[in-house]
Design a protein around this ligand. Sequence first.
Ligand SMILES: Cc1cc2nc3c(=O)[nH]c(=O)nc-3n(C[C@H](O)[C@H](O)[C@H](O)COP(=O)(O)OP(=O)(O)OC[C@H]3O[C@@H](n4cnc5c(N)ncnc54)[C@H](O)[C@@H]3O)c2cc1C
Length: 445
Amino acid sequence: MPFSLAIIGAGPAGLTLARLLQVSDLEITVMVFEHDASPTARPSQGGTLDLHTDTGLAALKKCGLWDEAVKRLRYDGEELTIADKNDTHILHMTGGGGPKIKSKESDGELDYERPEIDREALKDLLLGSVNPGWVQWGKTLQRIDPQTGVLSFRDGTTAGPFELVVGADGAWSKVRHVLTDVWPQYAGVAGFVGHIARPNEEYPPLSRTVGRGSYFACSDGKYLSAQRMGDESIKVGVWLKKEGSQGESWPAKIVVACGDDEEKLKDKILENFHDWTATQRQFVKVATGFRPWPLYELPVGEFWEHKRGYTLIGDASSLMTPFAGEGVNKAMRDSLELAARLEDALKANGDVDEAVREYEEIMFPRAKRWQTATMRNKDGMFSNEGPVTFLVGMVDDIAEEMGKDLSKGISSWIPFKTGVWCYVVSRQWIGAWRRRLSGMIWKEE
Ligand SMILES: Cc1cc2nc3c(=O)[nH]c(=O)nc-3n(C[C@H](O)[C@H](O)[C@H](O)COP(=O)(O)OP(=O)(O)OC[C@H]3O[C@@H](n4cnc5c(N)ncnc54)[C@H](O)[C@@H]3O)c2cc1C
């Protein structure tokens, strides 16, 4: 009998795993159970994702999808601007190749690259490559019987038992219940995401500010993001540090208070950005379709006791906020690691349970490293010092990835991090004065 495996969820993690098992040519029965009613049931799958060399991109290569992937990857989307509330551009990196930095994990052979891909394009690419007979739509897992291992779905049907059930069912995973009682917690950051459909034609200054990639601005516990999508539109996100249950329910409450009046909703959002520049506020004024979005995360370093027959990949195993851009990369790397171990074990008639245990032992410390970096970015971006702490943290992350020791310094007497700190603070100070002086000459709005 072929080995039977169920994957719950057809997101990036589940589909990558399914594709990798398909190309491995194993004698295996794979069934992917997905909550969405059909491949097109959720047309807007969210924003743009940056894929990294050793994770998302490596997984696409192993999936045999590289030639198709490069048609969708946007290397010019690597362009990045980081600013503060005075629109002082503290960091600007060009796209289309960007700065090439050797990556520690790739034996120094591969470049450090982070092309963007729309979430929908990634899903289409993966889905189009998976045997259609493997994916069952409209199957929302509700429960796994602890005794029999039978899966029960919301539509009243059941399936299984399976020799292995892989939870790739995202933040609110139902498979996680079998392994641990831990549940995602509100991350203390809530906001809204909106959309500018035709920025090039209708709002050229905003379009220029974003360039081909991403514009991120943070100050005083607030954060604005504007990201170019594959169809030239711009996704706008506004996030605020708001602690506790009041913070968690803040976006939903103002949506209810404003009813269908989106202009009123935008005014409410903008009350929080009253001292930001006219250009930055305009991103919110002209965007439409704002959706409330409180963010959630699993505790850093969370792990579960291994249990035969079950495991988790992607957000189901280690949900993070998006502030280090690692979520989808970690999800695809999990699939890569798990598929490789399953393939080795099944081809050698070996112990599949031991292979799953090995995957978990490798995945837990890696997840902890990325969760820690994400947490540091989140704390930095939403601190009162805004870009300073964020950029110093980012320099730390890149240095770690490159295997560099920053304590050595840029000279014998200035530690590198102090150099970054001084640079950012002085840029911000000059930017604030420039804005103040120009405000004396002409009005901003
Ligand atoms: C605002 C925002 C911006 C982000 N930006 C970035 C970024 O720039 N870079 C980055 O790397 N990551 C980013 N992320 C994170 C990234 O989107 C996730 O880490 C990634 O999608 C995880 O993939 P996944 O397959 O594990 O889970 P998901 O993408 O959540 O997929 C889970 C799938 O399981 C299905 N499902 C759920 N429950 C069930 C059930 N009970 N039964 C059956 N099916 C079920 C869902 O319908 C879905 O298809 C962002 C996240 C957010 C919220």
